[in-house]
Design a protein around this ligand. Structure first.
Ligand code: ZN
Length: 311
């Protein structure tokens, strides 16, 4: 694995030469998927840039041509410019993660079909969710990604509460999921889903709460902060996964809805993410891949971190 010794400049040139075609290939790959984002940041570029940085900066810093005379003492520590991913900045903050559905819902149709009050109407307590054509269920997906996101956020110092952790036979109902944020004294909440759209459509989208003041629902206070979280989530999820915005629903990856109990009844800022379309073969392949799910969790954790450190 150790390369033969070469001059620092030569080594740096080799690194750059190796990274550029990789990035280009990745970028073209994502563009081919009709990515509508103005400045795509494919995961391949992010991944390859991070480990390359220290290799390049260390040997190059003294002989760089740009400022040869200004300061004789070269800057001693090449501070990595990567991301606020390592610092435990979330101490004292609480995040509620809501893994959509429950793997056990399939066995409990009576319980989950019961109607519950969502303020402006009534809706099923919970649903089974969708699955890929190969049978990988949305409920398994949402639980796995939520657990991965919990690990990242916990490492950053946050207290993370899961609405369900595979520790109950079904549900909970959507109204209970909504209440869970306040009950956990959470600063923010996020519900993880995978969509069951038309097989020809792909991409992810974020669902933000519309203002609902009806019956027992009044989410006026969370609309604005949830919108802010939604924009951050769209940005960070796309950056971490390279997943394009949905081309079959929502608009530029964003939707606003008033028919979701989980948003109507939440007292803490909350959004949903539909990470991809599980009925689409390209998205299904990604969502079935544990490595991609880790990237999805990273995007979700980064968005929550950005939200919490800017509020
Ligand atoms: Zn769902």
């Amino acid at each position: 694995m150790t390369p033969p010794r070469r001059s620092p400049l030569l080594r740096a040139t080799t690194v750059v030469a190796a990274v550029v075609p990789l990035c280009t290939a990745g970028w073209l790959g994502w563009r081919a998927l009709d990515d509508p984002a103005p400045t795509p940041t494919p995961a391949a570029a992010v991944r390859s840039a991070a480990p390359a940085a220290p290799v390049e900066t260390t040997p190059l810093s003294p002989p760089v041509a740009a400022a040869p005379t200004a300061t004789p003492t070269p800057t001693p520590t090449p501070t990595p410019t990567t991301a606020p991913t390592t610092a435990p900045t979330l101490a004292g903050r609480t995040v509620l993660l809501d893994p959509g559905h429950n793997p056990g819902n399939v066995q409990h149709p009576t319980e989950i079909n019961r109607q519950v009050d969502i303020g402006n109407g009534r809706k099923e307590c919970d649903t089974t969710g969708t699955e890929t054509n190969a049978g990988y269920s949305e409920a398994e997906y949402t639980l796995d990604v939520s657990r991965r996101a919990r690990a990242i956020l916990t490492a950053r110092g946050a207290t993370v509460v899961l609405v369900q952790d595979g520790d109950r036979p079904w549900g909970p109902c959507v109204d209970e999921r909504a209440r869970a944020g306040a009950e956990a004294h959470a600063d923010v909440a996020l519900s993880v889903h995978g969509d069951g759209g038309p097989g020809s459509g792909s991409g992810f989208h974020v669902i933000m709460p519309a203002k609902v003041v009806a019956g027992k629902a009044d989410n006026s206070a969370i609309v604005e902060p949830s919108h802010r979280l939604g924009l951050l989530l769209r940005e960070r999820f796309h950056a971490a996964t390279g997943e394009p915005y949905a081309d079959y629903t929502a608009s530029e990856g964003l939707d606003t809805r008033s028919d979701l109990g989980g948003l109507n009844l939440s007292a803490v800022p909350k959004v949903f993410i539909e990470c991809g379309n599980m009925r689409n073969s390209t998205d299904a392949k990604r969502m079935t891949d544990p490595q991609w799910r880790q990237q999805a969790a990273q995007g979700i954790a980064d968005a929550l971190t950005a939200y919490l450190t800017s509020s």
